[in-house]
Design a protein. Structure first.
Lengths: 266, 318
């Protein structure tokens, strides 16, 4: 199977493009010659078993980690050579475990999402973005609370609000549904899909729930052993044989209410 | 979409204005205390410089504490718990031995360079050691500071400078007179830089990942911040001596009250830093009137108790 997103017939430019990206930790090859071409606009879900290299790939694309080989460009900018402050206006990335050692309120945190644009002097327009992002993730009531006074799920939403507030073409999120209850998980995916459809953002999320990927993603990239094992639309990826090969577990796929739902419990 | 926007805050909150008022009252009291009879000359040559010196040193040291805590991402660090102050002291002894009677400016620059080197050494050691326990970070710093002061004491002992060293390393404002404290205005300038760059320091305090995401050059912010801390520590050591723990107490109190967003917290840190040093100095001048207890000693007692409280609270919470 080709590693290129063939669904990008209506390509208006590249959202994310990776060519031969490779990363080793010691002797183990964590990301192995990955080629990816994601169009501008749309939700891409990165799936695969633990240790498949999803988070490492996301960190490399998000310029948090250098690759040993290969090139990554985001919104047409090479992440290795573009100035950090320029890139921050086009690319936002959120890691999986986010811990702050300092005490900030939710509103402070989200306002720092505007830092690449405002350099710490938020204009009225910046503050409008902040309030919108807070409302978007159901945080308005909590805006003046300190992060250390929130639950894990509320904190997670605050971090995502910060990243959305950054207002970038490309948004990379590593397991954004961590700690979220059902209602907020569904709302979060809905928000991300809206951002992709209405605002033309390229959203790449690492998710563990196959059915979230199936129901919300435009493209699914399945990884295994550091390689892209498959890449395509949910209809192309949500196939029992393919999923079994990726996860090493029998998976059944059902069509329910027009959605492809995988079941895999005993 | 209906969204209520809050206007950007341009006027300082009433509490801050009240704080400035409180500081002025303390400053006035500080000007009125003394053994010599009051005259315009005494006020101009001795009292006012002393009070200004207290205000400047207090604000700058407290701001340095906050900068360090943001940059090292540890609540327990400040110049006197990571070896910065001790390194400045070593620099002062070394330059005194190498070039006796060198001008104040030369002493200050040497002390600042030593302070920078000491801070850098501390950061290297912390990076090399796989320490994830926050309490261990200042312990490493205190040990490093201990080693540096042992070197300083050794040098001073061999050259009959022990008594002088003791005077240098104890913060004391009784010798502050017109013409002997003006270097402290330099630290006021550095505090202004810290205010201007406040948001950079907060973003740096969020960690390297968030800094990268925000497009902030973490290394240069770290370099600028540590340079400010080193120069301030050196100037204060050279002009008045060591005032321990101030940079620990004040930022922790402010953090509990208004959080760590430096743009909001810095005015409070500067204000409380000045206020606390003024108050400790007033106490030191009144307790054994007409004699004085150095402000560094008063602050040392207060700070040690606070430091213990902070450690115990942290270990209870953990």
């Amino acid at each position: 199977m080709t590693a290129t997103a063939e669904t990008s017939a209506r390509t208006r430019g590249h959202g994310v493009r990776a060519e031969g990206v490779t990363k080793r930790y010691g002797r183990s090859l964590v990301v192995d010659d990955v080629h990816l071409d994601l169009p501008l606009g749309g939700v891409t879900a990165l799936i695969g078993p633990n240790g498949a290299g999803k988070s490492t790939l996301l960190s490399i694309v998000g310029r948090l980690l250098g690759a040993d080989a290969g090139r990554v460009s985001v919104a047409g900018l090479d992440v290795a050579t573009t100035r950090g402050d320029e890139l921050a206006k086009r690319l936002a990335v959120l890691r999986q475990d986010n811990h702050l050692d300092i005490r900030l309120t939710v509103r402070d945190l989200v306002t720092f999402g505007r830092y690449p644009h405002s350099k710490g002097r938020p204009t009225a327009e910046d503050l409008e973005h902040v309030e919108r992002a807070l409302a978007y993730l159901d945080l308005t009531e909590l805006a003046d609370r300190f992060l250390d006074q929130l639950s894990g799920g509320q904190r997670q939403r605050a971090f995502v609000a910060m990243v959305l507030c950054q207002d970038t073409d490309v948004i990379l999120l590593d397991e954004p549904l961590n700690n979220l209850d059902l209602r907020h998980a569904v709302a979060m995916m809905g928000r991300l899909r809206d951002a992709a459809r209405e605002l033309g953002r390229t959203v790449v999320v690492v998710v563990h729930d196959l059915n979230v990927a199936s129901c919300y993603a435009d493209t699914i990239v399945a990884m295994r052993d550091g390689k892209v094992a498959a890449c395509g639309t949910p209809a192309e990826i949500m196939r029992p044989d393919l999923l079994e090969e990726i996860y090493g577990l029998p998976v059944r796929v059902h069509e329910l209410d027009g959605q492809l739902i995988a079941t895999y419990y005993g | 979409m209906t969204v209520t926007t809050r206007p950007a805050r341009t006027t300082p909150p009433a509490a801050l204005v009240g704080g400035v008022g409180g500081l002025l009252v303390l400053a006035a009291i500080s000007c009125l205390i003394g053994v010599a009879g009051m005259s315009w000359e005494v006020l101009w040559v001795s009292r006012l410089p002393r009070t200004i010196g207290l205000v400047l040193a207090g604000a700058a040291l407290a701001v340095c504490g906050l900068l360090m805590q943001l940059l090292v991402r540890n609540r327990f660090v400040e110049p006197s718990t990571v070896g910065t102050t001790e390194a400045a002291g070593l620099g002062l002894v070394v330059i005194t031995l190498l070039v006796p009677g060198s001008p104040l400016m030369v002493k200050m620059v040497t002390a600042a360079l030593f302070a920078l080197a000491g801070t850098w050494l501390f950061l290297r050691v912390v990076r090399l050691m796989p320490v994830r326990e926050p309490i261990l970070v200042p312990l490493i710093g205190l040990m490093l500071g201990g080693v540096i002061s042992a070197m300083t004491t050794f040098l001073a002992f061999h050259h009959d400078l022990l008594q002088t060293l003791n005077t240098w390393m104890t913060g004391d404002f009784s010798g502050v007179l017109q013409g002997r404290y003006e270097l402290l205005w330099l630290v006021a300038g550095l505090v202004v830089i810290a205010f201007v760059a406040a948001d950079r320091f907060t973003v740096a305090g969020m960690g390297e990942t968030f800094s990268a995401n925000a497009g902030l050059d973490h290394r240069s912010v770290l370099a600028v911040g540590l340079a400010i801390v080193s120069v301030v520590s050196a100037v204060v050591v050279v002009t008045v001596g060591v005032i321990p723990f101030l940079g620990l107490i004040v930022p922790n109190v402010v953090s509990a009250l208004v959080g760590d967003n430096a743009r909001r917290g810095l005015p409070w840190v500067a204000l409380l830093g000045s206020g606390l040093v003024l108050a400790c100095d007033i106490v030191g001048r009144l307790v054994r009137h007409p004699y004085e207890i150095p402000v560094g000693t008063v602050m040392g007692v207060l700070g040690a108790v606070f430091f213990l409280h902070l450690l115990l609270r942290r270990s209870r919470a953990a």
